[in-house]
Design a protein around this ligand. Sequence first.
Ligand SMILES: Nc1ncnc2c1ncn2[C@@H]1O[C@H](COP(=O)(O)OP(=O)(O)O)[C@@H](O)[C@H]1O
Ligand SMILES: [Mg+2]
Length: 258
Amino acid sequence: MKQLREAAVFLEANNLGKTYTSGKNSVVVFEGLSLEVRQGEMVAIVGRSGVGKSTLLHLLGGLDRPTTGSVKMAEFDIFKVADVDLARFRNREIGFVFQFHHLLPEFNALENVMMPLLINRAPWGEAKRKAEALLGSVGLSSRAAHRPGELSGGEQARVAIARALVAPPRLLLADEPTGDLDGGTSEDIHGLLREVHKSQQLTSVIATHNEGLAAVCDRVLRLENGRLTNLELTIHGDRKENQESLGPPLKGGVPELG
Ligand SMILES: Nc1ncnc2c1ncn2[C@@H]1O[C@H](COP(=O)(O)OP(=O)(O)O)[C@@H](O)[C@H]1O
Ligand SMILES: [Mg+2]
């Protein structure tokens, strides 16, 4: 932990705000949110459904543009560049594990993992070799020729993790990666995420409802009422709230979702 506290800031969000507008309606998800993640840190973002965890991850990963504020990754100001340059940067540097995996149903597990490399115009043979190695490292060599529909939820999550790592990225973002999995399978995926985080020397931010996953992270932040709060580990292993706030309270908060 001490080493992490002294590591350089790798990912930095400043004064981040996102408002969704459609017609006359607008939803302020958050305003003035700031966040620093150090090189090598694995951070969990927890919070009720609808508080904006996915929105925050999408902004951190450059999948959506903020209404206000900036995101810097390794000093690179990701929203200062054109869409095409941002897409290229994202493809090389950021691995994203989506909540429902978003695997391509027409392609088998191996082809799904190869896809980011093929999009980057890597030669087929090289993409295949790297994808095979990664499928092996997530324990799925024997399922390479299976399509997503022929895989269990846990296996699909493994393929999604392998695909996110193939570039290989420096930042891993995962949005409730174990949301739809049973307890034992979730635990296996938590172990895998922690393992690849270390072995691939990643910086990771993971949105989760799952306390088990939050527990394997270095730091847990709660997103609530448009504000991020540090949850600190107490001596008993329970996490308690730290008074330090990482953003101003949002007037009225965000609408509750079920
Ligand atoms: N594309 C969108 N258009 C309009 N509102 C959206 C959109 N995406 C999310 N929202 C709203 O933003 C809020 C935060 O959503 P989200 O980031 O998905 O929360 P979480 O991931 O924590 O469940 C919710 O109120 C949701 O309805
Ligand atoms: Mg979400």
